[in-house]
Design a binder for this molecule. Structure first.
Ligand code: FAD
Length: 305
């Protein structure tokens, strides 16, 4: 099986490494920051290239990566679709004359070729894309694949010098996001939709989420209605998540929403309409008013505190 190279210069994406490990049958090469070798090793990487810091000049970094990739002979190159990698990967693709599919929601192999699936035509259908170039590249939304650790492989660790400082771009300051753990890393998610009906309703969901140590998510319609902030939006135009448990409250189950949460291990749907499409995807369903059951769960939680 072909080797797959995964670029994680802004932090290891365990889900993407796990998928690449499975697709390449263990033939995995990664680039990470110095200090993250052990994490990469935990996902079965054979070759781990390290750089001391992420170069601030993204164009220079793309040029350096292109030379390295040619010397490593990598023909499948993946990266998480972070803001920085969304900038770097197109420049890299241009330098390598490679086809690049952005924001994939699924990856597979068709013989030696990478099959890249992503929403297309206004998110109304899922397209499976095969690049005809020698090098095939894709970015994948963080949270798309669940991390699966592998037994240690005794990888070869190769420190790299990184590109020379160009002086054209300087990092002036760095502020950590204050919003806590990203939704894409939550183990349990409680998501509300239009059926929740108000901002106050979402406050109830947030209370239950905080009792359970869960993340709070929302459908796009609920975000548009002002019930929850945009960072909670799950789906093709929001974040992609793959928790162990996804509780969908008053969400109908539109295809654009499902695209962001269909990787969830178990789904519980709470909806007053027994014909709501979400029940077709749920492992467990409750037909009825969301508030009745959420109030009951909150009451049970408070009794046990
Ligand atoms: C280009 C494009 C991109 C999009 N991107 C996204 C995206 O990223 N994410 C996303 O979520 N959507 C997205 N959408 C919108 C999507 O098509 C749906 O409109 C949206 O997901 C519906 O949200 P909802 O399920 O909360 O609302 P609705 O479809 O209105 O469903 C509300 C549900 O609540 C139930 N309900 C009502 N009252 C109660 C009650 N008291 N108790 C229990 N259940 C109740 C109803 O039975 C219903 O099933 C996109 C649309 C387009 C065209």
């Amino acid at each position: 099986m072909k080797e797959i190279l995964v670029l994680c210069p802004h932090g290891v994406d365990g889900g993407l490494l796990s998928k690449a490990y499975a697709l390449s049958e263990g033939n995995l090469r990664v680039l990470v920051l110095e200090g993250e070798e052990q994490t990469a090793e935990g996902y079965g990487a054979k070759y781990i290239h390290t750089i001391k810091t992420t170069p601030p000049d993204e164009a220079a970094f793309a040029g350096w990566l292109a030379e390295k990739i040619q010397s490593w002979g990598s023909t499948i190159v993946l990266a998480p679709a972070t803001i920085a990698m969304r900038n770097i990967m197109p420049m890299l693709a241009w330098k390598l004359n490679a086809g690049l599919t952005a924001d994939c929601t699924a990856l597979d192999m068709a013989g030696e070729d990478l099959l890249q699936t992503r929403p297309a035509f206004g998110n109304s259908l899922m397209a499976s894309i095969r690049s005809l170039s020698t090098i095939q590249m894709a970015t994948v939304r963080p949270g798309t694949f669940r991390p699966v650790e592998q037994k240690a492989n005794e990888p070869e660790i190769i420190p790299e010098s990184g590109p020379a400082e160009t002086g054209k771009v300087r990092e002036l300051s760095f502020t950590e996001f204050a919003g806590g753990k990203p939704l894409s890393q939550a183990d349990v998610i409680i998501a509300g939709g239009m059926g929740v009906g108000s901002k106050e309703g979402f406050e109830k969901l947030a209370k239950l989420a905080s009792h359970l140590g869960a993340g709070l998510a929302a459908s796009r319609s609920a975000v548009d209605a002002g019930y929850a902030p945009f960072r909670c939006q799950v789906g093709v135009t929001g974040v992609t998540v793959c928790p162990r448990l996804y509780i969908a409250v008053g969400i109908s189950g539109a295809v654009q929403h499902l695209a962001g949460m269909s990787g969830s291990e178990k789904v519980i749907a709470i909806n007053s309409d027994p014909k709501a499409p979400i029940f077709g995807y749920a492992d467990y369903g409750y037909v009825g008013d969301w508030e009745t059951i959420i109030d009951r769960l909150l009451h049970l939680e408070e009794e046990t505190l």
